[in-house]
Design a protein around this ligand. Structure first.
Ligand code: A3P
Ligand code: MG
Ligand code: MG
Ligand code: MG
Length: 362
């Protein structure tokens, strides 16, 4: 009888997505070039207010176009599917034509300056590329999940933001790449997202089974990262949103008190929080929004695999895994928690108690 072949080496699981990983990192880095340029001289004209009254800028749209362009150019496939935050509806209106012109110019300038592709997009190409993100995702096949700018309010303020891209394969997030153009390469542990003289701009990435890495936006050698190993909550620090609507401070200060956390919260915008926790800058990221029925997949897909591949856990407030296979929104209980395996059960317990006391849970 012939012997069974030896099992594949452990890295093989990740190598399965090697081309996608390279393309995803290139895509978020190219989009970051456009975002950095826009953030330097953002004008009121460059911002729209969406139907849900949240802002969107020329950079959100431009980033979505560039990411979709890189994925299509570098990974030719007949079945491209992307679940992305923005759509072209408002840009097709008469009053948005100047804005569309500006986006098209920014996208083409970024492509020329980068030099990877010799193509020029028309305004219609830009609209079509944006609408390439209309997929519903779901449990079968492959779908890219994109937040072209996460933390748009932070971006407008000149603070932290992230470009978050993930790949969903048969309902499971298998890869994530996230550019944080304003995040220092060194730990932000006890600073509120600020930096002085450090190298700024990083890309976090992860492939399932292969761990998480961080590198500079300029493309330094990737370094393995891992979540912190703090097991006593008294020594832990926690990260939460700048926007108060996105995280109930009454509730989180009560959770912090129950856990005996001494350090004040580190307040920053966007999925940069996931990246910072993945490399051990702090111990916990939590989010307990005020009335908000839906949490979008693109706000968590890239960040969550970067945490889990760095040895951490991401759960909802009742301790359940997040399910990215339900379409454009997560089907979850109130709240999201990211931390290490020691602290997770303690944080879930404290969160449940605090939410009961606040009347959020029955
Ligand atoms: N009222 C609300 N409650 C909870 N989350 C909200 C919200 N309004 C917007 N958001 C989400 O919060 C994200 C920013 O997260 P953070 O609070 O961590 O900075 C936004 O992403 P976008 O900026 O991509 O729209 C948006 O999806
Ligand atoms: Mg938005
Ligand atoms: Mg977002
Ligand atoms: Mg966004």
């Amino acid at each position: 009888m012939s012997q069974l072949p030896p099992p594949p080496p452990p890295a093989a699981a990740g190598n399965q997505y090697g081309a996608e990983h390279a393309a995803a990192k290139k895509a978020v880095a190219l989009a970051a070039r456009l975002c950095k340029k826009v953030q330097q001289d953002l004008l009121k004209l460059d911002i729209q207010t969406k139907a849900d009254r949240t802002p969107v800028t020329v950079a959100d749209y431009g980033s979505q176009v560039l990411v979709s362009l890189v994925l299509k150019m570098d990974l030719p496939s007949n079945s491209f599917s992307m679940v992305a935050e923005e759509d072209s509806e408002d840009l097709r209106k008469d009053e948005a034509q100047e804005m569309l012109e500006h986006i098209t110019k920014l996208v083409n300038e970024t492509i020329i300056n980068d030099g990877s592709y010799s193509i020029t997009l028309s305004k219609e190409d830009v609209l079509v590329a944006i609408d390439g993100g209309k997929s519903e995702g779901g449990p079968s096949g492959r779908h890219w999940i994109l937040d072209p700018i996460d933390g748009t309010k932070g971006f407008i303020r000149g603070d932290q933001y992230a470009i978050g891209l993930a790949l969903l394969d048969e309902g499971k997030v298998v890869l994530g790449a996230m550019a944080c153009p304003n995040l220092p390469f060194k730990s932000i542990g006890d600073r509120n997202g600020g930096s002085s003289g450090d190298q700024v701009g990083v890309v976090f990435s992860a492939t399932i089974g292969c761990g998480s890495t961080v590198e500079t936006l300029g493309g330094s050698q990737p370094q393995k990262i891992s979540v912190c190993s703090i097991s006593n909550p008294v020594d832990a620090s926690f990260f939460e949103s700048y926007e108060r609507k996105h995280c109930m401070r009454d509730c989180t200060s009560s959770i912090a008190e129950k856990l005996g956390i001494q350090a004040p919260p580190v307040i920053i915008d966007s999925q940069a929080k996931y990246g910072a926790i993945a490399r051990g800058d702090g111990a916990i990221y939590w989010r307990f929004p005020h009335k908000r029925s839906k949490e979008s997949v693109w706000d968590h897909a890239a960040g969550s695999i970067i945490i889990t591949e760095a040895g951490g856990l991401v759960k909802d407030a009742s301790g359940k895994d997040l399910d990215f296979s339900k379409g454009r929104y997560l089907d979850r209980d109130a709240g999201i928690i990211a931390t290490n395996k020691y602290l997770m059960p303690l944080v879930v317990k404290a969160a449940q108690e605090a939410m009961k006391e606040e009347g959020i849970l029955g």
